[in-house]
Design a protein around this ligand. Structure first.
Ligand code: ADP
Length: 262
């Protein structure tokens, strides 16, 4: 009997197909709570995320950005509608399957970096592969380390790194397994503008030069201006979008949506 090593896709039981659309929400409804206190966080949200592009999601506080990201990333279930990742409908998967799918096909960057304190920068970057019993491709690792400018910091632990350096480690970690899509939740929220600019520049590079699909939730028009496209949420739906945005154009749209104070 011959055995083949299980591929990432085979072990989660979902087929990873790289399609022109990396992720998609179709008529997604998500309600929190019941009865009079129920909140409809997503109210028929439709969004298509193009492969290899850097998409920013903006909108007033409470407009449903986090809920939409959690739905697209398989972190949470929805009430109705479809959520597709590279052709796989996440709404039909069990929780276990969604967990595997997240591990194998999605990269995450969080506002709070979420590095493992006891591991070096290099070990943190390699972690998604280590957990899956795999080793990083040395060339890809070297390329990521070079692009994020961490070459001389690889043996340092997170406490020995600045916030900007920690977030660059986190972005490299999100890319190391070449996921189908990376979700970044306010990745520059804890950084000064210079460190934030470096992280955003790297995300932009990852999309443009490495073909990485990226979705970023942000409040910051200057951060959103690094994306190829910005979509705007209001009351649980996509209500507007900008291609090749400038910070000024993003701010104008946000002000019109009643979130100019953010
Ligand atoms: P945003 O990220 O744009 O600020 P959210 O997706 O966090 O918006 O929230 C959308 C709406 O859903 C808000 O009214 C929020 O209060 C509500 N909401 C979000 N999460 C929960 C939850 N776990 N329980 C109850 N209501 C929630």
């Amino acid at each position: 009997m011959t055995t083949t090593a299980p591929t990432a896709a085979a072990s989660s039981g979902t087929r990873a197909t790289r399609t022109a659309v990396a992720a998609e929400a179709r008529a997604v409804v998500k309600t929190y709570g019941r009865g009079e206190t129920a909140v409809r966080a997503l109210d028929g949200a439709d969004l298509s995320i193009a492969t290899g592009r850097f998409t920013a999601v903006m909108g007033p506080s409470g407009s449903g950005k986090s809920t939409l990201m959690h739905a697209l990333a398989g972190l949470d279930t929805v009430d109705s509608g479809e959520v597709l990742l590279g052709g796989t409908d996440l709404t039909t998967l069990s929780e276990d399957r969604r967990t595997l799918l997240r591990r194998e096909r999605i990269g995450f960057v969080f506002q709070a970096f979420n590095l493992v304190p006891s591991l070096t920068a290099a070990e943190n970057i390699a972690l998604p592969l280590t957990l899956a019993g795999r080793r990083p491709d040395p060339e890809w690792m070297a390329q990521l380390v070079d692009v994020v400018g961490l070459g001389d910091r690889l043996t340092h632990r997170p406490t020995e790194l600045s916030g900007g350096q920690q977030q660059r480690v986190a972005v490299a970690r999100a890319l190391i397994a070449r996921p189908e899509i990376v979700f970044a939740d306010e990745p520059t929220g804890n950084l000064d503008s210079r460190s934030g600019g470096a992280v955003l520049g790297f995300l932009q590079y990852a999309a443009r030069e490495l073909g990485q699909s990226i979705v970023m939730v942000t409040h910051d028009p200057r951060a959103a201006a690094h994306a190829d496209r910005v979509v705007f949420l209001a009351d649980g739906r996509i209500v507007d979008e900008l291609a090749d945005p400038t910070a000024a154009a993003v701010l104008t749209t946000m002000t019109r949506l009643g979130a100019g104070e953010e």
